[in-house]
Design a protein around this ligand. Structure first.
Ligand SMILES: NC(=O)c1ccc[n+]([C@@H]2O[C@H](COP(=O)([O-])OP(=O)(O)OC[C@H]3O[C@@H](n4cnc5c(N)ncnc54)[C@H](OP(=O)(O)O)[C@@H]3O)[C@@H](O)[C@H]2O)c1
Length: 315
């Protein structure tokens, strides 16, 4: 199945038909039935998360959509319902502890059981800044929010028969390292340093979650380079345009729908290898820094502290 989906990616990229294939077809999971399951997809008001949410809805799941912009959420909700699926939208800003708590509360008001949690919301910030809680912004949204949200939803996940946590990371993790000193520093760096650090944290988190909670299947994936998404909006203009142009080159860029395929595969396929990093619907070895167990344990402890997780039974 994984090889078929890789072939699909390659063929379609070469033929220039990248817009036409749905993520679930691309991932080879169109026949999976997610009826009766509930999926939560963070950052589903646009880009990869939107495609991921719509695909899970078409497979039968009830979907909790999330983002900061209700009007965008409403538009995705309408698309979901037009596809015959049921969904809800919860608004929350994941840059703060309170925002993450509001999302967890919103989800738990809607459902007791979470079958699939897709930690997808993410940002790239050109400049370094601190959140109102005093944490480096990119790290807070891209890593701490998934950590804290998962912590709050672990009991609801454990109520599911086949619970999965799927986190959208990036190949950019290969250039990352965790600067533990800098996470609360006013001199926090933005740009690629902060982004690749946060994406490395996503992989370390996934592996450590899998080690600590073997009953919850944790995976993460690189969606590919998606220049059309909102993700690149904070790049300096020339780089933004360069990215848009590069993304149109077959085999370099991809679409949000194609980018979502691996996430849909990890949420729905019976063949998933838990604890692994994936790209193009196949497991891959992440960078050596992402396999460092000592860093993973330290990151876990620091994340608990920064996210204010006090429940000893939570992650
Ligand atoms: N695009 C790429 O080339 C690429 C490559 C590798 C990995 N990724 C990863 O893929 C994921 C999705 O990215 P995308 O390209 O689809 O980006 P996108 O189109 O900009 O979508 C980002 C989503 O995250 C939400 N979001 C952003 N900041 C938030 C915050 N502070 N609080 C709550 N929600 C927030 C946005 O919601 P609102 O708009 O409603 O605020 C939106 O729904 C990210 O984790 C990104 O790092 C992307």
């Amino acid at each position: 199945m994984a090889r078929d989906s890789r072939t699909t990616h390659l063929t379609e990229a070469v033929l220039g038909q990248r817009m036409t294939t749905r993520p679930e077809d691309r991932a080879g999971v169109s026949s999976e039935d997610l009826s009766g399951k509930t999926a939560v997809v963070t950052g589903s008001t646009s880009g990869i998360g939107r495609e991921l949410a719509l695909a899970l809805g078409r497979l039968g799941a009830e979907v909790v959509l999330h983002g900061r912009h209700p009007e965008r959420g409403q538009s995705v909700l309408e698309d979901l319902e037009a596809a015959g699926a049921t969904g809800w939208f919860v608004r929350a800003d994941l840059a703060t502890r309170d925002g993450v708590a509001a999302l967890a509360d919103g989800v738990l008001e809607l459902t007791d059981t979470v079958d699939v949690l897709c930690n997808n919301a993410g940002v790239f910030r050109r400049r370094g800044e601190l959140t109102p809680d005093g944490v480096e912004y990119t790290f807070a949204v891209n890593h701490l929010a998934p950590f804290a949200l998962t912590a709050r939803l672990v009991p609801a996940l454990r109520d599911a028969e086949d619970p999965r946590v799927v986190t959208t990371t990036s190949g950019a993790h290969t250039g990352g390292s965790i600067d533990f000193q800098g996470l609360r520093s006013g001199a926090a760096e933005g740009g690629w340093t902060a982004y690749s650090q946060s994406k490395l944290a996503n992989v370390l988190f996934t592996r450590e979650l899998d080690r600590r909670f073997p009953d919850v299947c944790a995976t993460c994936f690189h969606p590919g380079f998606v220049p059309g998404s909102g993700f690149m909006r904070d790049l300096p203009r020339p780089l933004h345009w360069l990215g848009q142009a590069m993304g149109r080159i077959p085999l370099v860029g991809t679409t949000s729908a194609a980018g979502a395929a691996t996430g849909v595969y990890l949420a729905a396929s019976p063949d998933v290898e838990c604890g692994r990093y994936y790209a193009r619907c196949a497991p891959k070895d992440p960078a050596p820094a992402a396999r460092d167990e000592e860093t993973a344990r330290k990151l876990w402890a620091v994340s608990r502290d920064l996210a204010g997780v006090t429940d000893p039974d939570a992650v």
